[in-house]
Design a protein around this ligand. Structure first.
Ligand SMILES: Cc1ncc(COP(=O)(O)O)c(C=O)c1O
Length: 386
């Protein structure tokens, strides 16, 4: 992999996204695939049909490459990564970790994406309570979450690093500090953060991080990964038993019998055969992002927000719901407008794809958007609001 910062965003846009025929501001739903990523996926798929086209070691090497790129992205060890098809898989792994301890309370925030709340609800049948902390003005109540995290009967806090509708970026450093001091497990859904803001879970005191690759990582649907702090690895039985998760799993011989000798790394939590071509795509996508550098992407995206923020300041009927403080923002900018659906439609007709979530207009520009496109967005919004 080429070192971070060696590829400029303009150069990447020109070579990797040469044919964008509209303005895509919906990377919080799914990111656009770079040309190199598509070529890697299609190349492997095409070679698969040539009898000698895929050397035996290649699928395994593609998965190793994805684990390596994920580890680099998180500043983690490659042995700490478990490839997984989506965020939910990782959150469920977090639930297995939490239920390995004595029952208590689990804290989540209202306004969370369901993928980060529903996996906790079955624990209610096992003596656990799930506390949903109400939002304030539609945003997570960080003070209340911190207070809850410090309570002695709270065993786990599960949060999105960045909230799906409002784009609120929680202060993981502060939350991690409280959780660590109280031995409270911190589970983080990072899908709206990775690829657009730097995040190193071990430094932040996170216990488990889950993500899909389909959004800001600009990777295929159905690719993703989980990271678990190594100290927890032995505490839980893998919730899904995979023949590839054990020593000699791929020996293709039953002579030695059947043994559940789990691998001593994150592969023990992987769900057996994966969509190899898509994980190759995930690897290539993450390598590209890291060539540009996540800090550079963050600066670029924050800059793309600026014209919208400036416009919104001058419009009495418009409220910026996402915090203005860039430290509490990632890629999503959410606006409360007199009629968000109408704004969405007007943008769509003008060749701009946005989204409406929780009644808010959600703009999610990524590195393949330039400032000219945002000027066009302002023009359309101005036409709708005034
Ligand atoms: C915060 C958040 N978590 C999770 C998901 C998706 O979950 P999964 O990857 O399990 O489908 C989304 C969006 O689809 C999301 O915005």
């Amino acid at each position: 992999m080429t070192p971070a910062g060696t590829l400029s965003i303009d150069a990447l846009r020109a070579t990797e996204y040469p044919e964008l025929d509209a303005v895509f501001l919906n990377s919080a739903s799914y990111g656009l695939l770079a040309r190199t990523t598509i070529e890697a996926i299609n190349g492997l798929t095409a070679r698969r049909n040539r009898p000698l086209g895929v050397p035996d070691p290649e699928p395994g090497a593609a998965l190793r490459r994805a684990r390596r790129a994920a580890a680099t992205l998180l500043g983690a060890g490659v042995d700490e990564i478990s490839l997984a098809p989506n965020t939910s898989y990782g959150i469920n792994l977090g639930a297995a970790l939490v239920r390995s301890g004595a029952p208590g309370r689990i804290v989540v925030s209202a306004g969370e994406f369901p993928a980060n709340v529903l996996p906790w609800l079955p624990l209610r049948d096992e003596g656990w309570s799930v506390d949903v902390v109400p939002t304030v003005g539609g945003l997570p109540d960080e003070a209340a979450i911190l207070e809850a995290a410090a309570r002695s009967d709270v065993r786990a806090v599960s949060v999105s690093a960045v909230q799906f509708a409002t784009g609120y970026r929680i202060d993981l450093e502060a939350l991690g500090r409280v959780c660590r001091a109280r031995d409270t497990l911190l589970i983080v859904d990072a899908i709206q953060a990775l690829g657009v803001v730097p995040l190193s879970p071990a430094d932040l005191g996170v216990d488990l991080l889950a993500t899909g690759g389909q959004k800001w990582l600009s990777a295929p649907w159905g690719s993703g990964f989980a990271w678990m702090a190594p100290r927890h690895r032995e505490k839980i039985r893998p919730p899904i038993v995979s023949w590839l998760a054990v020593e000699d799993g791929a020996a293709y011989s039953t002579d030695g019998g059947y043994h559940l000798d789990y691998l001593d790394d994150g592969r023990r939590f992987e769900p057996a055969t994966l969509a190899v071509q898509d994980y190759l795509g995930l690897a290539v996508a993450m390598e590209l992002l890291q060539e540009v550098g996540i800090e550079a992407i963050q600066r670029h995206v924050t800059g793309l927000h600026d014209p919208i923020l400036e416009w919104a300041r001058a419009r009495p009927g418009v409220r910026v719901v996402t915090p203005l403080d860039p430290r509490r923002r990632a890629g999503i900018l959410a606006l409360e407008l007199p009629d968000a659906e109408r704004a969405y439609q007007a943008l769509d007709e003008a060749g701009v794809r946005a989204a409406v979530r929780e009644g808010l207009l959600r703009l999610a520009p990524h590195l393949y958007i330039d400032s000219g496109a945002m000027a066009r967005v302002v023009e359309v919004l101005d036409g709708v609001v005034s």
